[in-house]
Design a protein around this ligand. Structure first.
Ligand code: IVH
Length: 718
């Protein structure tokens, strides 16, 4: 989350009508975004206090300029969800998301990737289902012995909210599945949505009754499903399309298409526009057909989803991070509008990246008021792309840049932050000057630099603050990341508390969190506003509960550049214990070999390795980790499959593999708990050699490492 570091805002009494209008719209976009994070994604990115301040300012502006209060104003809108919380449900099979494609080329790449991964012959035919991508919210319905037992929202994909009572009120969702072939356990995955006409009628009703209005069908569906009072959900015309499955005791078919047919047979509504495509041309033809019909459909859609039809192939393909390799959302083109850039603001992110945002004259794009657009980075403003080429064309031999005062075309695709597409030069005011990107961090005044790649001499697109831990923007952000859900996950220590503790000087680095209880005799947290004895006790207990933490979470929590959850898992699997990791990485003067070693971990490339080495090279970081390790126990990484014959073993694949591709082999070995290395050393346990294996085979002999064939590998792992 970028920390906003613009100058203190002007008091509302001093705003001109124009300024007020611009700010009102900007706030509307910002607040709606936060509402979405909070209510629909359940992952707020700002503290409650910051949110309240935005809301208050928005309301103050409306009070002073009542003409700004439109029908869609946030002050008239029903809160997206009620206060209070639902019971959490852990998904037996995670609820994933979809990779997006925008062009026909993206679709071709998607198919090629599948072919390569599965190592298919040109003569092997691929079939895909194609169906509309519904603009609703995903929901999982768990049927046991045919009876609906639990319904849950997606939440963060791992854990959602228990909305069983609410889903029970939906007429379209059967309480019981019909048919003789219904498996013992079957989780139906699908989308809850609201039809456009139902949404309009509901708003009409709201208007008549003098109640607040809703913004769009999707938010309304989400808000309606997540009502603590199921009676309210019952009064809302929510609908459902089933399109997939989660945990199942048995599958009713071998293909995606057959499974959807089974859902339909069992009484689950399925989308009538799903078809089976036998070629890429079929897929694109269906995409165009659906796009043509889009406006006439009864519900909102934002693209077409392709899914590989064969389930055994889906299983082999598996997932990359949170998206399946076997499915693609082919999105419809983004909606566009023209407006004026009023200002350019710089925000500082957790990693110190300085990110520019255009403040726009508010404009409606696809039914949503847009007041801000991302400008990505310095080069993007200058009109230069990642390849050094002009991105918006040239004028007088120079790339076309973006200036304050420019009229620009913006586009918005789905939920992503709107982007500035191009500049209407004929409307550029004479006074508009090229934007000078700051070379000092707006948060701490440290130099902000662009890393230069030593090999290519090319500057990184992102300018970063060099202030590291002293930069308040980064320190607070790093601590917030540290306690966040997928990191240390400390209950009661959210953004608001971290920001407060930081401001008071109680919290500067992660280890301080664990010293809070001991220091509380002086601090007396229970005397702070918003805290009481019980909440303080709970907080300290929650902190103590995290004195044991798995290695991968620990690593992820450190906020090392490029080390997200996936790379943290890769590192943890490789080193397995914190001691091994320390021995390998915590050096003041890392050698080239340390760096090399890292690049041999499957999935860790040079850039990531460089970032990791740089991180541990920094003395302040090492000191912070040592201090933290005095407070917490880092649990060794559990291998994925503990009882597989190769779990915990280091394996190397070499030579040509015939039954699987290299990527597939690696993914399989990792699933079985093995570490896959790129080179053979005395630490290697097993080499799987195909025809044409060369130097690695020789290395294996030298180190006395066991060598087996691909067939023997399959026998070994069953
Ligand atoms: S399949 C493993 N099919 O889009 C992925 N998703 O952007 C399972 N969505 O979270 C998703 N229509 O909420 C699938 N026909 C469809 C869909 C669909 C809408 C939503 C779903 C998912 C999101 C990903």
């Amino acid at each position: 989350m970028p920390a906003k570091k613009s100058a203190a805002p002007k008091p509302v009494e001093e705003l001109s009508a124009r300024e007020a209008k611009a700010e009102h719209a900007r706030l509307e976009v910002e607040i709606s975004g936060h509402d979405r994070h909070y209510y629909q994604e359940d992952s707020p990115t700002i503290s409650d206090a910051e949110y309240d301040a935005l809301r208050l300012r928005y309301e103050e502006i409306e009070k002073r300029f009542p003409e700004l209060q439109t029908l869609t104003s946030l002050t008239r809108k029903v809160g997206a969800a009620p206060a209070g919380r639902f019971k959490k449900v852990r998904h037996a099979v995670p609820m994933l998301s979809l990779a997006n494609g925008f062009t026909e080329e993206d679709v071709a790449d998607f198919i090629d990737r599948i072919r390569r991964f599965l190592n298919l012959k040109d003569s092997d035919k691929l079939e895909f289902t194609a169906e509309p991508k519904i603009d609703g919210l995903s929901c999982t319905l768990r049927y046991e012995k045919g009876r609906l037992v639990t319904a849950a929202t997606r939440g963060d994909g791992t854990e959602g909210e228990d909305v069983t009572a609410n889903v029970h009120t939906m007429k379209e969702v059967p309480h019981e599945l019909k048919g003789r072939d219904v498996p013992d356990v079957f989780e139906v995955r699908g989308e809850v949505y609201m039809r456009r006409e139902d949404f309009l009628a509901l708003n009409e009703r709201q208007k008549k009754e003098g109640k607040q209005l809703y913004v769009n069908p999707r938010n309304t569906a989400a808000g309606s499903l997540r009502q603590l009072d199921a009676k309210i959900t019952a009064s809302r015309p929510l609908r459902f399309f089933g399109y997939g499955y989660g945990q199942v005791s048995e599958l009713p078919g071998d293909t995606q298409f057959e499974i959807v047919q089974a859902l339909k047979r069992w009484g689950i509504p399925t989308n009538p526009l799903i078809v089976l495509c036998k070629s890429p041309d079929d897929m694109l033809a269906h995409y165009r057909k659906i796009e043509e019909r889009r406006a006439k459909l009864e519900y909102d859609i934002d693209g077409v989803v392709y899914k590989l039809n064969r389930i055994d192939w889906q299983d082999r393909l598996g997932f990359i991070s949170r998206t399946p390799r076997w499915a693609l959302a082919h999105k419809f083109p983004a909606e566009k509008a023209t407006t004026v850039v009023k200002d350019i603001q710089i925000t500082v992110g957790r990693t110190g990246a300085l990110t520019p945002t255009a403040v726009l004259d508010p404009v409606t794009v696809g039914g949503v008021v847009v007041g801000m657009a991302t400008l990505h980075n310095e080069d993007y403003i200058k009109g230069i792309g990642g390849d050094g080429q002009p991105i918006r064309g040239e004028i007088d031999g120079k790339p076309i840049d973006i200036r304050i005062g420019d009229t620009v075309r913006i586009q918005r695709a789905g939920d992503v932050i709107p982007q500035v597409l191009d500049v209407l030069l004929e409307k550029r005011p004479k006074s508009a000057k090229p934007y000078v990107f700051p070379d000092k961090c707006p948060a701490c005044g440290s130099h902000a630099v662009r890393e230069v790649d030593p090999e290519t001499g090319k500057a990184d697109a992102v300018r970063r603050c060099t202030g590291g831990l002293i930069c308040p923007a980064q320190a607070v952000e790093r601590l917030i990341h540290f306690v966040s859900r997928n990191a240390f996950d400390i209950d009661g220590l959210g953004e608001k508390q971290v920001a407060l503790f930081f401001e008071k000087g109680w919290l500067k680095e992660p280890a301080d969190i664990f010293a809070l209880r001991a220091r509380n005799r002086k601090i007396k947290l229970e005397e702070e506003e918003g805290f009481g004895e019980v909440s303080v006790r709970n907080l300290f207990n929650a902190i103590d509960a995290r004195r044991k933490i798995p290695l991968n979470r620990f690593l992820y929590a450190l906020g090392i550049r490029h080390v997200g959850e996936t790379n943290a898992i890769r590192l943890a699997r490789h080193y397995q214990t914190i001691d091994a990791l320390k021995a390998a990485l915590m050096r003041a003067k890392p050698t080239d070999e340390d760096y090399e070693d890292l690049t041999h971990i499957g999935g860790i490339g040079e850039v990531v390795a460089e970032a990791i080495v740089e991180f541990f090279k920094e003395r302040k970081n090492r000191a912070a980790i040592e201090a933290l390790l005095k407070e917490v126990d880092v649990e060794p990484m559990e291998a994925v499959a503990r009882d597989s014959p190769v779990s915990g073993k280091t394996v190397v694949f070499t030579g040509a593999l015939e039954k699987m591709t290299r990527d597939e082999a690696k993914a399989m070995a990792e699933r079985l708990g093995a570490k896959v290395s790129g080179s053979v050393s005395k630490k290697t346990d097993l080499v799987i050699a195909g025809p044409g294996a060369g130097s690695k085979l020789a290395d294996a002999k030298k180190h006395g490492v066991k060598v087996i064939t691909e067939d023997e590998w399959f026998k070994l792992v069953g």
